[in-house]
Design a protein around this ligand. Structure first.
Ligand SMILES: [Zn+2]
Ligand SMILES: [Zn+2]
Length: 461
């Protein structure tokens, strides 16, 4: 059954995991699919089986031998126009393993991931309340592993089953036997692309709230107008479809293990606070070094406040979702290019609403905006598209910092609040380390110049 599913369903997932377990950090094996926008949907065929209360549909899963420390998993999607009850010949099976959307148009999912070293086989029986057709999509089982499991916290792994079947990255397939003859139903299951793993995974339309592989973007009652979330590109029909609630760009697995993990890589609240502090120090450093802050310099140049200028330029609307921003104060200014690469808040900033700004957080533009939006953003901000796709360090600021290195170590970093030690490190040291990283990314040849070294020399002197 598994091998008969369309190639598309497996293509990118295959690329996103490695069959071998190797010592790795959380980020290794991470592949970003820049061509995937998360805004496309298509339809894939399902298999249809006749079943009745007297002759229910049996699905047998025969798992391969599972490597030590790896997971076993199974999963499938099903749909019927009547109530279907699910049982197993194994005691561990429960109703927690599947959704129960009683809607003839909605697909349900069923799946589990568990840690077991023994090979296993079991049967799931689907009994409809009367004789009818049951549609089955993507019934699979096997050994499950993903590099991201390696670095995940224990309590996340303990609940990994709640991400089945979208987290079922099979490294070795088992056998699935369905005890009835099937006919294919083309264009049956609506699948949406994940902008991270680029897999197409099922969603329910029109019952968007019957979520499967993607969480809703908006759960408010009003229609979701968030661009890139509320509008999806129907690839089969060649039209854009407007959704009511919209879906997250990332599948539930990627949201949990890639996006949230990258934004918050096992960090404590304290560390988060330190991060935002370091951001403030960067802002302060650039502003002080310029003699006047870029924002002030801009005000001098045009006589207009930066905020009102950006607000007007973006049509008093959030660039991402288009929500009205009634005042400039209501707007959140986004740096567009990362502050960590020394880009201060200036006339290239982006106008966002509070909700979009907090969703974006430290994400790179290419990880937050669609291709179309990036082209539009490039026009608004004047930042060339290639730079939005791959931001480079702000060379002018970097050069100025090197030229004015004495000011940096003697004056700026020499302030008491930057020299306070915490866990054996000072903010001054951490700022130097970050600057050395920027230096490295810039790929400019500054010989063996190092901010950390300058700071240490200053300390020893
Ligand atoms: Zn994904
Ligand atoms: Zn917004």
């Amino acid at each position: 059954m598994a091998s008969e599913e369309p190639k598309l369903q497996k293509r990118a997932g295959k690329a996103a995991y490695s069959g071998r377990r190797r010592p790795s950090t959380r980020m290794s094996g991470f592949k970003s699919h820049s061509e995937a926008t998360g805004g496309s949907l298509r339809r894939l065929p399902s298999k249809v089986y006749r079943a009745s209360p007297q002759s229910p549909l049996n699905i047998d899963f025969i798992l391969p031998e599972i490597a030590s420390g790896h997971f076993s998993g199974f999963g499938f999607y099903y749909r019927s126009d009547v109530t279907v009850s699910l049982q197993s010949n194994r005691e561990w099976f429960s109703s927690r393993f599947h959704t129960n959307y009683e809607d003839p148009l909605s697909v349900n999912k069923c799946g589990f991931i568990w840690q077991a070293e023994e090979p296993n086989d079991f049967r799931i029986t689907l009994t409809p309340s009367r004789a009818t057709d049951i549609e089955i999509f993507n019934a699979e089982c096997g050994e499950v592993w993903h590099d991201f499991f390696e670095g995940a916290r224990d309590n996340v792994l303990k609940n990994i089953h709640t991400f089945a079947p979208e987290a079922n990255f099979y490294t070795r397939f088992g056998e699935v036997v369905i005890g009835a003859t099937a006919h294919e139903k083309p264009f049956s299951v609506v699948v949406k692309e994940c902008n991270r793993c680029a897999r197409f995974l099922p969603i329910n339309l029109p019952a968007e709230r019957h979520t499967l592989s993607f969480s809703n973007h908006c759960v408010a009652k009003r229609p979701c107008r968030h661009k890139g979330f509320g509008i999806v590109n129907d690839l089969d029909k060649g039209v854009f479809v407007e959704l009511e609630y919209g879906f997250q760009l990332e599948c539930r697995f990627c949201k949990k293990f890639v996006v949230n993990a990258a934004l918050n890589p096992q960090r404590s609240a304290d560390q988060m606070k330190e991060d935002s502090q370091r951001r403030r120090y960067f802002e302060l450093m650039i502003a002080e070094m310029s003699g006047v802050s870029e924002q002030l310099a801009f005000r001098h140049k045009t006589g207009v406040e930066l905020a009102s200028f950006i607000w007007e330029k973006f049509g008093k609307k959030c660039f991402k979702c288009g929500d009205r921003l009634r005042t400039a104060r209501e707007m959140h200014l986004d740096h567009t290019r990362p502050l960590a690469l020394l880009w201060p808040l200036d006339e290239t900033a982006t106008a966002l609403c509070g909700s979009c700004n907090s969703t974006k957080r430290d994400r790179q533009p290419k990880d937050f905006y669609s291709q179309t939006e990036l082209v539009e953003l490039s026009k608004f901000t004047g930042i060339p598209l290639p730079e939005l796709l791959k931001p480079l360090p702000n060379i002018n600021v970097l050069k100025a910092l090197i030229e004015r290195c004495d000011w940096l170590v003697d004056d700026f970093l020499n302030q008491d609040f930057l020299k306070k030690e915490k866990d054996g490190k000072t903010s001054a040291e951490l700022i130097c380390k970050s600057l050395d990283r920027v230096l490295k990314i810039s790929e400019l040849d500054f010989g063996d110049f190092s901010f950390s070294k300058k700071w240490n020399d200053h300390f020893l002197a």
